[in-house]
Design a protein around this ligand. Structure first.
Ligand code: GLY
Length: 478
């Protein structure tokens, strides 16, 4: 948890932002529902607890069963939760009081959990606006639905452009704050990146012929469990890297294959890292692998070089797509004018995802609040093309943005066949050449980047080897 002043300051700014939206007396209340324990299979055996991210950001308490109200008319605030009873003490040991936890977040008033429900119902009965965020967890969805008397679907809805019945004003105010990371947050992300670096180092060291993929996953996840909270998302480690989010780890490392490792750490304060590297299972790339690897590596470097305040990440995605097409053209996989190919979205056949996403307390930061509201400026429209349309972060860059830079080239046989059948490639693709890559797999190379006043820097004290020679040298030394 940060110092109480951090949370007080955040709530003060939030109050100011919400004050712009309505006259005093008509602003209502903002409610924050922290997460409760989530059972895996029965109520005494829960998943590892993870706090709701906006609750964590404004109120800091990293424990189940808390909620908070910020009165937007008079600035009053309160934390709601229950003190432990003797049964809890028997199983969990003595715990600090709710009031002392509230004080650590700079909140002077606390009350039992049931009072939260009473306060919300009172506001509803008085006709005061009740601002809430779209919910992700089922329990909170049902709770808000029942307190406000609205259907659960309207509580959890995150529409592509705006929210259902959730408060778009509150969502926008929170996004505007959480997008720009404070120095204390950047320091935590640097720590998560260092753990991520160590995780990936363990994975690279474990990438030896004959080793089960699952064993490598275990070793790398052990690194973050022993230094931080755990993984920031389910580890992707696969020799079938052409499947973008491949969570099966049931193969054995086999020479000639590529191993794609996309994994990140979550620090004890719940800030994320997210890196991807792709390794030659034999320790050396074949020429065919290196040709594709170098294109992806070059795209990763290009994106980083282009990152600076004022440039949109959408434009950087497009510049990377063109660079990728140039590279694929040099291999005769695509043919024709690169600008025309880019305009037709041909890069989407090879990179059906966006160049990157925001990262912070969530690995895809604030995706629970709505992808377009988080990732797009009001003057930007999301593309319908495969690839560019999947871009989660398109915004004009500002100092304090934390984003991923993750170009990839994948040879997805089913997608290649479909484009061929449908003529989606508009004649730009040389299928005779391309189909020879059907057994190739995929390559993704991902770093985490902070936008600074005059450019960008890689997050974390160390950068994982990325140039093909450096990767091979690192593997040879292991
Ligand atoms: N690195 C996993 C993802 O961005 O979804």
């Amino acid at each position: 948890m940060f110092n109480r002043e951090v949370y007080q300051n955040r709530r003060r700014i939030l109050l100011e932002k919400m004050a712009d939206k309505a006259q005093e007396g008509k602003r209502g209340i903002a409610i924050f529902t922290g997460n409760v324990e989530a059972p895996q299979n029965y109520r005494g055996n829960d998943y590892k607890f993870r706090q709701e991210s906006s609750f964590l950001y404004y109120w800091g308490i990293d424990e189940p069963g808390f909620a908070a109200i910020l009165d937007l008319d008079n600035g009053e605030e309160a934390i709601y939760g229950n003190d432990v009873d003797i049964d809890d003490i028997i199983w969990m040991g003595p715990q600090p009081s709710v009031q002392s936890k509230a004080e650590k977040a700079g909140v002077h008033r606390s009350a039992p959990a049931a009072d939260f429900d009473n306060e919300v119902r009172k506001a509803v009965s008085q006709g005061r606006p009740v601002h809430f965020l779209p919910t992700s967890r089922y329990y909170n969805t049902m709770k808000v639905s029942s307190l406000l008397g609205i259907p659960a679907e309207d509580v959890r809805k995150v529409a592509p452009v705006s929210c259902g019945k959730a408060s778009e004003e509150l969502v926008r105010a929170i996004i505007s704050m959480r997008l720009i990371k404070e120095p204390c947050e950047i320091s935590e992300i640097d720590k998560a990146c260092e753990i991520g670096y160590l995780m990936h180092t363990a994975a690279r060291q474990g990438c030896k012929p004959g080793t089960p993929e699952q064993e490598i996953v275990g070793r790398m996840e052990g690194v973050t469990i022993s230094r931080g909270w755990g993984v920031s998302f389910t580890t992707i480690l696969s020799q079938h890297g052409e499947t973008l989010h491949n969570h099966s780890h049931n193969m054995t490392i086999t020479p000639g294959n590529l191993l794609l490792v996309d994994a990140g750490a979550e620090s004890n304060t719940h800030y994320a890292s997210d890196f991807t590297r792709t390794y030659p299972c034999s320790g050396r790339f074949t020429q065919r692998q290196r040709d594709i690897y170098d294109i992806v590596e070059n795209c990763n470097e290009l994106a980083f070089k282009l990152c600076r305040p004022g440039t949109t990440y959408r434009d950087i995605h497009i510049a990377v797509a063109k660079n990728m097409l140039e590279g694929l053209k040099s291999l005769d996989i695509v043919r024709g004018d690169v600008d025309s190919m880019a305009a037709e979205g041909i890069a989407g056949l090879f990179m059906p995802h966006g160049l990157g996403h925001n990262m912070g307390i969530d690995v895809h930061d604030m995706e629970d609040l709505g992808e377009n509201l988080v990732g797009y400026d009001d003057d930007q429209k999301r593309s319908s093309q495969l690839g560019l349309g999947s871009l989660r972060m398109a915004r004009r860059l500002h100092p304090g943005h934390v984003i991923t830079d993750e170009p990839g080239i994948y040879f997805i046989p089913a997608l290649i066949a479909k484009w061929k059948e449908d003529g989606t490639d508009k004649g730009f693709v040389n299928y005779q050449k391309l189909e020879a890559y059907n057994d190739f797999g995929g390559i993704r190379l991902e770093d985490d980047i902070l936008i600074t006043e005059d450019g960008a820097r890689h997050l974390g004290p160390h950068r994982l080897p990325i140039k093909a020679d450096d990767v091979e040298n690192a593997m040879a030394g292991e």
